[in-house]
Design a binder for this molecule. Structure first.
Ligand SMILES: [Zn+2]
Length: 138
């Protein structure tokens, strides 16, 4: 058994914590995740895209409870356990959706400080850990 990301190249664990791997326009500073080959900001004068890594610190902007199993192709371990999904404003300018890693999703609230982590999303048919990015409350 091993660990593998749900999608290669979307996130990474560094010595300083987890990061989302995206891009940013050097002209207008607009962040993109996943990576974008061009800048989509209509006010931008020149698209200059470079790779960028985002995270790990952020704050919960909005929050919802996933009370029922999402439809395919979403995968999860049985039995299904409800979880909190949040829209998080990362300190470096990216607003991104992510699951909150907690045993007590009812305790999660807007405006809480969170940190990006890489955590197990589910286990595949061979028993491997399939990972994704999540947020934990600081
Ligand atoms: Zn731009």
């Amino acid at each position: 058994m091993s660990t593998k990301p749900i999608v290669e190249g979307l996130f990474a664990e560094t010595a300083d914590g987890a990061r989302l791997l995206g891009s940013r326009c050097a002209t207008c500073t607009t962040p993109y995740f996943p990576k974008s080959p061009v800048c989509h900001n209509p006010a931008c004068t020149e698209s200059k895209i470079a790779d960028a890594a985002f995270g790990p610190k952020g704050k919960i902007w909005s929050l919802a409870m996933q009370d029922y199993p999402p439809p395919p192709p979403v995968k999860f371990d049985e039995p299904y356990e409800r979880y909190a999904m949040a829209v998080v404003d990362l300190a470096d300018g990216l607003r991104v959706l992510g699951r909150i890693a907690t045993d007590d999703p009812e305790s999660v609230q807007c405006d809480q400080d969170v940190e990006l982590i890489v955590d197990v999303l589910h286990h595949d048919a061979e028993g491997n850990d399939v990972t994704t990015w999540k947020f934990k409350v600081c």
